[in-house]
Design a protein around this ligand. Structure first.
Ligand SMILES: [Zn+2]
Length: 69
């Protein structure tokens, strides 16, 4: 498995070199972080859901109705 885009907001993820042959993947939009070890990807920091929502609303400018209140 190889993450190239954030599964939450589809932002391209930056991979940084990490010790021991691992990589630290960071989403600049929502702040989520993953550790990648060969084929194993483990999330280490959960996303900022407010940022995810804002990113999605910014990307999708169509007629998405607001949730009923
Ligand atoms: Zn993200």
């Amino acid at each position: 498995m190889n993450i190239q885009r954030c599964p939450y907001d589809a932002t391209p993820i930056e991979a940084m070199g990490y010790s021991g042959g691992s990589f630290l993947l960071t989403c600049s939009a929502c702040g989520a972080e993953w550790e990648a070890h060969n084929t194993l990807v483990r999330r280490v920091t959960p996303p900022d859901w407010d940022a995810v929502r804002a990113s999605r609303e910014g990307a999708v400018t169509s007629t998405t109705p607001p949730p009923p209140s």
